[in-house]
Unconditional design. Structure first.
Length: 226
């Protein structure tokens, strides 16, 4: 089989535009996913109850289990097709991708936040409480700053994951990297080569970001030792 990549120079702008949308979707999704994921964590940890029922915890657990138990591509379709009939909002394909991927990421970020906070020595909270701090104050001033060191690298890894999973946004017509590869396929009548080029770009993005995350993680460990 002869591979022909002579099209690359002509169609490179399509790939660059796809990379731009891939990074934009991933950044926005992880940013809002981190915010909503933190809210989910506090809902899940909440002691608010009505009689013996904890509604916030039940809602958070149900949401996390549903999101983690269904494919992202299905969630994108549901947001894209369901926003107008159920909410009366006409979302564009890009807006649907932002929302669906952010909602998906939030379920995983909530577990990242939980693991990061659980990794902080429980003695830190006990010491703060013994000094007369409220639990909420001790959490904000003592526990969370330490947990961030555990959370940040994991958030970076979530960003890498979302870069790859953002390819599913192409199913609703978002012009990210995978969609760009499909356009090139249709224009060049080459089925394999455009996909290989897209794979190369995905690898460059994720490999580079992975190395940056590893560097940050190593520097944080060094600062801990000091």
């Amino acid at each position: 089989m002869n591979l022909d990549f002579s099209f690359i120079a002509e169609y490179m702008p399509y790939y660059f535009k796809g990379i731009k949308y891939t990074l934009l979707i991933s950044f926005v999704a992880v940013l809002f996913g981190a915010i909503f994921g933190s809210i989910l964590f506090y809902m899940k940890s909440s002691n608010f109850h009505i009689w013996k029922i904890k509604p916030l915890k039940i809602l958070a657990v149900a949401y996390i289990e549903i999101i983690r138990g269904t494919p992202m591509i299905l969630q994108i379709f549901i947001v894209y097709a369901g926003a107008e009939p159920f909410l009366g909002i006409d979302l564009t394909a890009l807006q649907s991708a932002f929302i669906a991927i952010a909602l998906n990421s939030a379920a995983y970020v909530s577990e990242i936040v939980r693991a990061g906070i659980d990794a902080v020595d429980k003695g830190q909270m006990e010491a703060a409480r013994s000094l007369g701090m409220k639990k909420s104050t001790a959490m904000i001033l003592i526990v969370v700053p330490q947990a961030i060191r555990n959370i940040l690298p994991a958030i970076g890894n979530e960003f890498v994951t979302v870069i790859k999973e953002s390819s599913m946004a192409s199913v609703v017509g978002v012009g990210e990297l995978m969609y760009a590869a499909k356009i090139v396929q249709g224009s060049t009548y080459r089925s394999l080569e455009p996909l290989i080029v897209a794979a190369g770009f995905y690898f460059i993005l994720t490999f580079t970001l992975g190395r940056v995350i590893s560097l940050i993680e190593r520097r944080m460990k060094v600062s801990d030792i000091r």
